[in-house]
Write a protein that binds this ligand. Sequence first.
Ligand SMILES: [Zn+2]
Length: 332
Amino acid sequence: MSEIRYDLIDDEFVIIAPERLRKPDSYKEKEKISIKDCPFCPGNEDLTTKAIFTLGNGSSWKVRVIPNLYKALKIETPLVFSDVGIYEKIEGFGAHEVIIDTPRHLLRMDEFTLEEIYNWLYVIKLRAVDLKNDKRLIDLVFFKNHGKLAGASQSHPHTQLLGLPIISKHNLHILKRAYNYYKEHGRAIFDDIITNELNEDKRVLFTSRSFVAFTPYASGFAFEVMILSKKFNSILDLEHEDLKELSTVFKKVIDALYKELGEFDFNIFFNNPPINPNFETKEFFEDIKDFWRFSIKIAPRIYRLAGFELSTNMKINPVVPERAASLLRKSI
Ligand SMILES: [Zn+2]
């Protein structure tokens, strides 16, 4: 049984999840797992639990969503907050799902067709729409781990989603900062960043109608790219045409990264605001649409995080973001 424990010293939550110990690691094998044994490949659907959602029909599905077999959190667990002496904990309530991005085994992300990228983003949006209805869920965290250095244990392309009954203290801090900036300046911090990036034009890879792709000024990872929306608050706001536009933007970025870096491991983060208010966000929840903008961050994992990063929460990035931008621009 998992628990969300609050760390009194670090002021952050920790998910204690013994079930994760049983998780197999396909990268530990000498060879990457074959299609025959891959639980995410078409034809092997009975190796996983029943699908929560499937895009496409029967064995010719395009994207498949399943509960994570080695869940950090469970939706069936009642939401109970309790004190344990001086400590606090929440029973392991939450959603933990795996989105199988494509039926194609070991597909590199620059080999995804535009339609595959669209379907992947579309299903991420649909899961957000569905889970928002569960008012006990406060924040949805979508992320993709690709490759061993990025923490992936399955080599078949997939994305994970954790639906949390809390918002991490780190994300709450960022939200409060964005809210305070908005209160002070009357503008979203993200809009000012876009204006500044376009004026400076040192880190911008390209812009489209609704998005700007750039290497952030203080990138924590070498060749980190942010795709920042000019107007959308969350992936929930993206309609068909917007998702098509985002797919094109994403494909350009990922293709450029592969051209520049060759085979590389990476994480992808989706920066959506919380889906439902709680006691910590209710004061500014209504204003979120004005001060928050949706973004996707691609973080290549070329260098390992180690003691310094873990002890300070600061990162060391050996590649100057302006240099990364100029190299990536040539590959677009
Ligand atoms: Zn597979």
